[in-house]
Design a protein around this ligand. Structure first.
Ligand code: ATP
Ligand code: MG
Length: 245
């Protein structure tokens, strides 16, 4: 089977050369563990091979992400100019007080006036980029920022799986970034997706400092181990090194 290389040194070899195309993956981890960087590297590597990529952001402005990611060597500004890489802001664009002003009563960009985008809104945005630019790689930063309808947790779970099922039908290779502080708390998106990768950032008492690591938890159709490997940030972005322990 063909595989799509993520383009992260030391990572693709862990998953038989890359991700299976057209599938949906979860990349979960705590703050600063490298989720956004991993996602952008995946898109930049696709762009390098002619595939259009879209990064949908909800909790950071596109300007800030582009500035930060442009410091690395993987060519973000050039790919944006070539229309091979798109950063789309789906974050709460309304300032406090916006909806109180009469002229803005009907101006909500989302389906509702909710601050967070609905799954349908995110899905339709992706469709737009597929139609317009033939997008093949998608990153959503983050799934935790999507407004999954209900207060009822069973209904919410159904809404998450429905969203993932719909993404599977789009034909793009998709990575959903997910904020995670407890690595033992599996959630519905972990079960519903084709693959789950954990990024870690934990205190190592031996070194008296924080250690970053990556771990492939699940990857359907792929031989892999579940070991933790050290992650380092370099000028070329994330690099995966040796096993921990
Ligand atoms: N130019 C750079 N060179 C090396 N390392 C960098 C550079 N820019 C950022 N970093 C490292 O990357 C880390 C942030 O990574 P990233 O934004 O991918 O994490 P994240 O998991 O998305 O975090 P969050 O949950 O806050 O969104 C920083 O804390 C810093 O250590
Ligand atoms: Mg991030």
């Amino acid at each position: 089977m063909n595989r799509e290389a993520v383009g992260i040194k030391g990572f693709d070899i862990l998953v038989q050369g890359g991700l299976l195309p057209g599938r949906v993956y979860i990349l979960a981890g705590p703050p600063g563990s490298g989720k956004t960087t991993f996602g952008v590297q995946f898109l930049a590597n696709g762009a390098k091979h002619g595939q259009c990529g879209v990064f949908l952001t909800m909790n950071e402005s596109t300007d800030t992400i582009i500035d930060d990611m442009s410091q690395y060597s993987f060519g973000v500004p050039g790919f944006i100019k070539l229309n091979k890489l798109h950063f789309v802001d789906l974050g709460p664009m309304r300032e406090y007080g916006y909806f109180e002003r009469p002229e803005n009563y009907r101006a909500a960009d989302y389906e509702t006036e909710a601050e967070a985008p609905s799954p349908r809104y995110v899905y339709e945005k992706i469709q737009e980029y597929i139609e317009k630019y033939d997008a093949k790689r998608i990153v959503i930063d983050s799934v935790s920022c999507i407004q999954f309808s209900s207060d009822d947790s069973a209904k919410q779970g159904k809404s998450v799986s429905r969203f993932i099922r719909n993404l599977k039908n789009l034909g793009c290779t998709t990575i959903l970034l997910s904020e995670m502080t407890n690595p033992n708390a599996y959630t519905i998106e972990h079960f519903a997706s084709h693959g789950v990768i954990f990024m870690h950032n934990f205190f190592d008492p031996g070194k008296n400092t924080m250690t970053r690591a990556v771990q492939v938890i699940k990857m359907r159709g792929t031989r892999h181990d579940c070991d933790m490997r050290t992650v380092e940030f370099s000028n070329d972005g994330i690099v995966v090194k040796g096993k921990i322990g």
